[in-house]
Design a binder for this molecule. Structure first.
Ligand SMILES: [Mn+2]
Length: 358
């Protein structure tokens, strides 16, 4: 599959009812310009309105929506993120609240907490849907809803034993200097995360150049990638990049990086850091020295890779809690809690879905 620089998310704080309308209008205009079908745009508007309205009604102390056009005109991704209080009874919310619930509540004089009927309809509109919610205290309190409104005419992408998703939010409008791409094959996955120097459009061109190398004659080895990326980025500002190869068959992971795109791998019994070497790609004829490290991989493992717009420390308990969910859930929670706010911020998560051996 051809590697493309995954489009970044737009982030919209939902504080007033007008915020939902503004988001809907931006979504419609950009999806229309991208040539998406009218029915898909209408469904995405509906889902965005439901998610936004839920945030206004139930999220205390507030929340926001992330959205983006998916690569290859696959559709639109919406991620609703809040800071709490979390939903007590998720199955009931997804079943769609029924009239008897309201009557029971009235009779018993209790207030209905949690989200409204809207989430069940968002689930019906979405080709891919997930809801993670946690009440109480500790890491990951709050609710994340992932809804991808997909073009029904496109075949679903091949699903291997590993799943990947990311959250990427630029610090300024006009382009995201962080870029990422995932290539899936029969052996596993290759993940690239690049942080172009500076912000905005010119940084994005540097990220695009690094992603293009993934399908431009690269022989599959990490040293070859960094040599070619250094060359390809020389016509741009340059930047930092890390490349990770998960080989599920041999249960090995290889990592190399130049600059500041760091990562971490969580296995059942332990975790370890993926640390790049200092250096910048694309600023000199000679590529910076990149050391390739090789580590274990296993069924149930989680990999995170992030740009320096985030300072991530992941509680392994949260890693386990989100393991069965869409990887965008963990990416969105870590983005919510770890972003610095002064730089483009990108985090990509790969989860291995093969069952753990007993
Ligand atoms: Mn950065």
């Amino acid at each position: 599959m051809e590697a493309v620089n995954e489009p970044a998310h737009s982030q919209h704080a939902i504080v007033h009812p007008e915020d939902v309308g503004a988001l809907r209008r931006e979504l419609r205009s950009r999806a229309h310009d991208a040539g998406l079908a009218e029915s898909l745009i209408a469904n995405a508007e509906l889902a965005a309105t439901e998610l936004g309205t839920n945030l206004l009604r139930h999220a205390l102390p507030g929340g926001y929506l992330l959205w983006r056009l998916l690569a290859r005109r696959r559709g639109i991704e919406l991620i609703s993120v809040d800071y709490g209080p979390g939903i007590g009874d998720v199955p009931r919310v997804l079943a769609g609240r029924i009239r008897e619930d309201f009557q029971d509540a009235l009779r018993e004089g209790r207030k209905l907490l949690g989200m409204g009927v809207g989430l069940a309809s968002v689930q019906r509109l979405a080709g891919e849907f997930d809801l993670f919610s946690r009440t109480g205290l500790g890491a990951g309190i709050g609710t994340v809803v992932v809804a991808r409104i997909l073009n029904p005419q496109l075949p679903p992408p091949p699903q291997g034993g590993q799943r990947a998703a990311g959250v990427s939010v630029p610090v300024v409008a006009g382009g995201c200097g962080d870029g990422w791409a995932v290539v899936q094959d029969s052996q596993g996955m290759t993940l690239l995360l690049v942080d172009g120097l500076g912000h905005g459009h010119k940084a994005e061109l540097a990220a695009d150049a690094a992603v293009a190398v993934l399908h431009g004659g690269f022989d599959g080895t990490l040293p070859d990638y960094f040599l070619r990326a250094n060359q390809a980025m020389r016509s741009t500002r340059g930047g930092a990049a890390s490349l990770c190869r998960v080989d599920a068959n041999s249960e090995r992971l290889r990592f190399g990086g130049a600059g500041n795109v760091e990562g971490r791998v969580y296995l059942r019994e332990r975790s370890y850091s993926l640390v790049p070497r200092p250096g910048t790609l694309g600023i000199s004829f000679t590529a910076p020295a990149v050391r390739v490290v090789e580590s274990d991989w296993e069924p149930g493992a989680t990999l995170i890779l992030h740009s320096d717009g985030l300072r991530v420390s992941l509680d392994p308990a949260l890693c386990r809690l989100t393991q069965a969910h869409d990887p965008a859930v963990l990416a969105a929670l870590l983005h919510r809690d770890s972003r610095r706010g002064n730089d483009d911020a990108t985090i990509v998560v790969i989860q291995d879905r093969r069952p753990r051996p007993p």
